[in-house]
Design a protein around this ligand. Structure first.
Ligand code: Z5A
Length: 211
């Protein structure tokens, strides 16, 4: 039973997801839409602890790809049951900064884990509670890298990966968008901010009209 609306926001490295999120928040508020905001990995106390573990650069032990995938889904299981489902079932709109598509892109594409394993976990943990709208901020990895460098903040464990990792991540995101164009709307994030915002506004307007 899902009554509320469910939106996810995804992005390739340096696409400007955090910047776009601020705009999305303001735009929905301007349209008098109350949204519960959350993120993955994270969203509950335990899931935020898992986030810290999985993203913190570790010096003592390398995290295996399988462990990384299962930690992402452990956090997601907690997030779904404790936060997302109750909010949706009470009719709220929920918007999450990353969700299931990230597991296919980063652990499937980036780490090379067989998609069948991810699909199995997806069916178990997410089931039919899929976002009705996913905004995918897309940028070529070399341009994204330049932007991320300019940001000047420390890189987390996954952000420290090399360019070819992010090329594979992007390929999977774009392939999923091709397979599910109704849900996943690709935003060209390579253009100046006002032009990114215009694309997001168009997609949100259409989604709000259909609600
Ligand atoms: N992950 C996973 O592996 N598996 C999973 O299942 C899930 C997640 C759920 C979460 O990090 C990590 O977890 C993520 C995937 C993994 N790892 N990576 N990489 P996150 O999502 O919290 O963090 P992030 O990926 O770094 O996203 P971000 O913080 O939103 O960064 P960003 O896309 O680079 O955004 P930004 O900071 O807004 O922009 C970067 C710079 O560009 C900044 O200086 C902006 O001012 C500038 N900018 C933004 N837009 C523009 C435009 N249009 N023109 C010029 N400059 C711009």
């Amino acid at each position: 039973m899902m009554q509320g609306k469910f939106i996810s926001i995804e992005g390739t490295e340096g696409a400007g997801k955090s910047t776009a999120l601020q705009f999305i928040k303001q735009y929905l508020t301007k349209n008098n839409i109350d949204v519960v905001w959350t993120r993955e990995p994270g969203g509950t106390e335990l899931a935020e602890e898992i986030r810290r573990l999985v993203l913190h650069p570790m010096s003592f032990e390398e995290i295996e790809p399988e462990t990384e995938l299962l930690l992402m889904f452990a956090a997601r299981a907690q997030h779904m049951k404790k936060y997302i489902l109750p909010a949706l079932n009470s009719g709220k709109w929920v918007a999450t900064d990353r969700f299931i598509d990230a597991s296919y892109a980063y652990q499937g594409g980036g780490r090379g884990i067989a998609m069948d394993y991810i699909t199995m976990l997806d069916k178990w943990i997410v089931g039919s509670t899929y976002p009705q709208l996913t905004l995918l901020l897309d940028i070529a990895p070399h341009q994204g890298f330049e932007r991320a460098e300019k940001r000047g903040t420390d890189k987390d464990r996954i952000e420290q990966e090399k360019m070819d990792f992010f090329v594979r991540v992007r390929d999977v995101y774009l392939e999923r968008a091709k397979q599910d164009p109704e849900r996943i709307k690709v935003i060209d994030a390579s253009v100046p901010l006002f032009a990114v915002e215009n694309q997001i506004r168009d997609v949100l307007d259409e989604f709000i009209k259909r609600r």
